[in-house]
Design a protein. Structure first.
Length: 321
């Protein structure tokens, strides 16, 4: 099992940067999808990140060696590659059908699935508080979409298709995150991301149309550049945060992302009316979003370990940092 560095302050800072990046990202991508298809957008995000990380690792003389890619490590790398690649594409396919706010609320299933994966694969256990948090999360989802019940239950309409794609994105992201966590035993976080990006670029090329970039408007160019930079910063910070802080702590802080997106959406529409439709929200929707965030935090945070007493001094709290 991978052991963190214990530098929790750095892990917290990196996680907060990731949350802000992910909070803004769906707003930018929503506008970009009106000018470019989901696979091509993903191809550009992967290609730009691969080039920049490759240049950085060449400069640092830390290009990853492939000698360790065998057995379980190779299998984990394949899972991480397919998981992140599939997550990017399916997330955008879902975002094309729903609002950024609803996308960020439903994608909170991703860290939840990662935690449930820990129960299955690593034989972890939930405390009563964590199960209560899980119940709050599920209830919050129902409340948030209370004004969409007709669309969701009325068959495979536009909105329902978007939610299904988001569900797929959440499941395969969890697989990526669990694999990434274990790969940190053999590679640094930026080395893992470089290998993922470099393999994903040729995988997506047959289904993408890079030449479409010539037809982008000035706004489209700006949104594409922001999305590519956001990809590099967010996932680099996320991967590095896992090296310094427990996955449970990282997941708990990332739970605030939906609230950030909702806030950013209101700001965006006040500055640029009509940029993207707002999710219809009433008191139950706001309560639901809050319960999703609170439930995610309660579920992600593990219980405190028993206090270990030193006979020569005061009690020392043996708590995960």
């Amino acid at each position: 099992m991978h052991q963190t560095s214990g530098r929790w302050q750095l892990g917290l800072l990196l996680t907060l940067i990731t949350a802000f990046c992910w909070g803004l990202l769906p707003i930018a991508l929503k506008g970009l999808l009106s000018e470019m298809d989901a696979v091509t957008v993903t191809w550009y995000r992967f290609a730009s990140a691969a080039v920049l990380i490759a240049l950085y690792l060449l400069w640092k003389r830390r290009v990853p060696t492939l000698r360790k890619l065998r057995g379980l490590t190779l299998l984990l790398m394949v899972i991480a590659i397919l998981g992140l690649c599939g997550n990017y594409v399916s997330y955008l396919l879902g975002l094309d059908h729903i609002t950024p706010s609803s996308a960020q609320v439903i994608i909170q299933l991703a860290p939840m699935f990662m935690l449930l994966g820990g129960l299955v694969f690593f034989r972890e256990q939930f405390t009563g508080r964590q199960w209560l948090g899980f119940a709050s999360f599920v209830t919050g989802l129902v409340l948030f979409f209370n004004q969409r019940f007709g669309e969701i239950l009325g068959g495979l309409g536009n909105y329902s298709i978007g939610l299904l794609w988001m569900l797929v994105a959440a499941v395969i992201w969890a697989a990526y995150a669990l694999a990434q966590k274990q790969l940190l035993k053999d590679y640094a976080s930026d080395q893992i991301m470089l290998m993922i990006y470099m393999v994903c670029v040729p995988i997506l090329l047959p289904w993408s149309a890079p030449g479409d970039v010539t037809g982008l408007s000035a706004l489209g160019w700006g949104l594409l550049a922001f999305s590519c930079l956001n990809t590099l910063v967010a996932y680099s910070c996320f991967a590095e945060a896992l090296a310094h802080w427990e996955a449970s702590r990282v997941s708990a802080v990332l739970a605030i992302t939906p609230l950030l997106t909702i806030a950013f959406m209101f700001i965006t529409n006040s500055l640029f009316p009509g940029y993207s439709p707002l999710e219809p929200m009433n008191a139950l929707s706001i309560l639901g979003a809050t319960m999703v965030v609170v439930g995610s935090i309660m579920t992600a945070l593990p219980r405190r370990r028993p206090i270990a007493r030193d006979t020569a001094g005061p009690a020392i709290a043996n708590v995960e940092k």
